[in-house]
Ligand binder design. Structure first.
Ligand code: PEP
Ligand code: MG
Length: 325
């Protein structure tokens, strides 16, 4: 049985009509890379680098960053690796030094905002990413982008850091693809403008649901309201997919939504061809993908976009998944 499972895990994530889906893994630590490969991941779709901070008492140096990235990239052996820059703050606050008391931390100084205001924190990471990118198929992605100005600022900093490396004669990748997370409704609303300035998008359904529904994703008393299958969230996801298609910008979904097989099929029906899921979810999502046709997924999406509540969406999806299995 173990052998059969191992064989299955190396089969491509292809639908019954032959559409190849790129099925990638989300990781937080380099040591997870081996299990991603074992489970047949096409690449690393989201490397949450902030865990380098959260797992140690001291702030990591440029070398610490570099070593962690190099370990992942070398193991992935030419497969794509998307490194997301620090997403610290709110629920992911490591050292006292950088944190401050805030009334609404999820609406506060977190993620790219925190990085852009702490360049002594951000610069070493960008240097390490640029250097490690010379070792494989690496892309960099900025989290929580809300305004065009933020994206431009982050890109400008990346360019400045690259110039420093060049002047110092340090090897780095000069044509590093740059992407952004789509996880704030404002970004979705302005996505056609963002498309002119990035190489790819990745939808973060965890934060997109939180900010669309005004529900703190970590607050248990409103957990029942926190649903990535809420029709309002689905409309924003659909709008993002449509704009990405119109502007020929690659788009993926890396939020937890894609780790639920039924919701993953819904995403395929909405037009997504690239998913990134926690390593543990790779087998079940791949199995679901290999069991359906895009036409079946499109029929699901067509029906779902007429529904009015997350509950109706999930009930319908569950029903369809049982039929298809
Ligand atoms: C998301 O917000 O959907 C996401 C993938 O990022 P994180 O869960 O790390 O905020
Ligand atoms: Mg997020």
């Amino acid at each position: 049985l173990a052998q059969r499972l191992a064989q299955q895990s190396q089969l491509p994530a292809t639908t019954t009509d032959g559409t190849r889906i790129s099925l990638n893994a989300n990781i937080e630590f380099p040591h997870e890379t081996a299990s991603c490969l074992q489970r047949g991941a096409d690449g690393i779709g989201l490397y949450r680098t902030e865990f380098l901070y959260l797992s140690s008492d001291e702030e990591p140096s440029e070398e610490d960053h570099y070593e962690a990235y190099a370990e992942v990239i070398k193991q992935m052996n030419g497969r794509p690796v998307v490194i997301r820059t620090l997403d610290l703050g709110a629920d992911k606050m490591g050292h006292g030094k950088r944190s401050q008391q805030e009334n609404n931390p999820f609406l506060g100084l977190r993620s790219i905002r925190l990085s852009l205001r702490n360049l002594d924190l951000f610069r070493p990471q960008l240097r390490a990413v640029l250097r490690a990118a010379a070792l494989g198929d690496v892309r960099v992605m900025f989290p929580l982008i809300t305004t065009i100005a933020e994206l431009r600022q982050a890109r400008m900093l990346l360019n400045l850091v690259a110039e420093d490396l060049k002047e110092a004669g340090v090897p780095y990748r000069s044509d590093l693809p740059v992407g952004m997370m789509v996880e704030v409704p404002a970004a979705v609303i302005m996505l056609d403008h963002f498309a002119c300035e990035v190489d790819f998008f990745s939808i973060g359904t965890n934060d997109l649901a939180q900010y669309t529904l005004a529900v703190d994703r970590s607050n248990e008393s409103v957990a029942d309201l926190y649903q990535s299958s809420d029709p309002a969230v689905l409309r924003l996801i659909q709008a993002s997919i449509d704009i990405a298609a119109q502007t020929q910008t690659p788009i993926s979904v890396c939020g937890e939504m894609s780790s639920n097989p039924a919701r993953a099929l819904l995403l395929l029906g909405m037009g997504v061809r690239n998913l990134s899921v926690p390593p543990s979810a790779l087998p079940r999502v791949k199995k679901a993908i290999r069991n359906v046709s895009i036409e079946q997924c499109e029929a699901i999406a067509e029906r779902v976009c007429k529904l009015e509540s997350a509950r109706d969406v999930d009930l319908y999806l569950l029903d369809r998944l049982t039929d298809l299995a």
